[in-house]
Design a protein around this ligand. Structure first.
Ligand SMILES: Cc1cc2nc3c(=O)[nH]c(=O)nc-3n(C[C@H](O)[C@H](O)[C@H](O)COP(=O)(O)OP(=O)(O)OC[C@H]3O[C@@H](n4cnc5c(N)ncnc54)[C@H](O)[C@@H]3O)c2cc1C
Length: 384
């Protein structure tokens, strides 16, 4: 039997979070997002709501039970108010899932403050010479007594400027592609670590930047997972973050479309509300349709993950399609607002710039389409 409804618990959580998002996050979003200051006080509030520990062990402050759908609901609803803060549960989910492969020392040090919203961790994979082709990374990890020495440069890293530590991927010298890559948790205060701000067109509070590693010593205890297998662990978790990112973008689009509908009812031209012109009402209908379709692709990917079933293709569909649907819906909402849509006083242009990030971050559309098409083609047999 098909059932597209959320459980009672999910629905109640969704309502609580939607109210929090619109009342506490939305009013300050435009001002906050134009600044490079990270709103730690609000992150703490989100942590207090239990949103940052979804699926992470209770002994560190998490919810315990793995619940990807709940993470999707959190990402979507928080984005009504602030799409940048809405990325926090996804980042913590990704970081937390990897830290669980670390030593008890590392888990105890980092998981409680990250789940509480007191600290955040960056994920440093991309380098100047390797983004989509992540396994071409060149940062090295050289064995020394008691640990490793890391050397290299990471670029385009979210949270680089505010993170207390970063998950850094580095390879043993002489290895190639994904083999020989390990994941380390590197405290940003370690000697040899330096960060440099990169100014993007949006997502300013997320502290986008580069991380330089110059003979950075990492102790044995800070290896995450098995030596030489860090790449495989990271890739496994991108499947849930991709669907959650899709929902986050759609949350920002849903809010924009609501604002456009409300504005269309009060703005009059030629003696009647603009909502009475099909040139205005049809885009509302069309983008609501696209959003609804994309939402269910994302939720189905998360539901399949919850069921422990294969969902890589659906996660990639969510990641390439939902941000495009969201960006187009926000653009339409801006147009319905006329000159006000372009105004920096209104949140629409800000959402447009923030959502644009996800056309690239966490894997471009082309890379997602490669993943999807590979799966389609692998199931076909050719008879000539
Ligand atoms: C806002 C933002 C936040 C980010 N945060 C992080 C972060 O926290 N941590 C992190 O590690 N990285 C982060 N990134 C980096 C991001 O993951 C990479 O930018 C992304 O994977 C693309 O890599 P690239 O920029 O090197 O582009 P490239 O890989 O050089 O690609 C350039 C273009 O070529 C296309 N292309 C490349 N290969 C193929 C192919 N095989 N087939 C078809 N087309 C192809 C791409 O789709 C793209 O259009 C972030 C990026 C942005 C914009």
């Amino acid at each position: 039997m098909l059932d597209f409804s959320f459980s009672d618990e999910h629905e109640s959580f969704r309502r609580t979070l939607a109210e929090f998002s619109r009342q506490e996050l939305l009013p300050g979003y435009t001002a906050r997002s134009a600044s490079t200051e990270f709103p730690f006080a609000l992150l703490k509030k989100i942590g207090d709501l239990g949103v940052l520990g979804i699926g992470l062990p209770e002994k560190f402050g998490g919810t315990g039970e793995d619940d990807p759908v709940l993470l999707g609901i959190a990402s979507e609803t928080l984005a009504y108010g602030d799409v940048n803060l809405a990325s926090a549960p996804i980042q913590v989910g990704l970081v937390g899932a990897q830290l669980l492969h670390g030593t008890e020392e590392v888990r105890e040090r980092y998981l409680p403050p990250v789940i509480a919203g007191e600290e955040n961790l960056a994920i440093a994979l991309t380098e100047p010479g390797s983004g989509s082709d992540a396994s071409a990374l060149r940062t090295t990890a050289k064995r020394v007594p008691g640990g490793w020495l890391l050397n290299g440069e990471k670029t385009a890293i979210s949270w680089a400027m505010t993170a207390s530590a970063s998950l850094v991927y580095a390879r043993e010298e002489g290895t190639a592609r994904s083999s020989g890559v390990s994941c380390f948790v590197v405290d940003m205060s370690t000697a040899g670590v330096s960060v440099h701000h990169m100014r993007g067109m949006g997502c300013l509070p997320l502290g986008w930047g580069s991380i330089h590693l110059d003979d950075v010593f990492v102790p044995e205890s800070h290896l995450i997972g098995e030596e030489g297998r860090g790449f495989q662990v990271a890739m496994n978790h991108f499947d849930f973050s991709r669907a959650a990112i899709g929902l986050m973008c759609l949350g920002a689009a849903e809010q924009s479309l609501e604002e456009a509908a409300a504005y269309a009812l009060i703005r009059t031209t030629f003696g009647k509300p603009i909502s009475e012109y099909q040139g205005v009402s049809f885009p509302l209908a069309e983008h609501a349709t696209y959003i609804e379709g994309a939402r269910w692709v994302c939720y189905r990917a998360l539901w399949l993950r919850q069921e422990n079933r294969s969902h890589t293709s659906l996660a990639s569909m969510s990641k390439w399609w939902a941000p495009v649907v969201a960006k187009d819906a926000i653009e339409a909402s801006m147009k319905i607002h006329g000159n006000l849509g372009y105004s920096a006083e209104f949140p629409l242009q800000q959402r447009f710039r923030d959502v644009m990030a996800y056309l690239v971050a966490d894997g471009t559309a082309e890379i997602q389409k490669n993943i999807i098409s590979k799966e389609i083609l692998a199931t076909k047999t050719v008879s000539l």
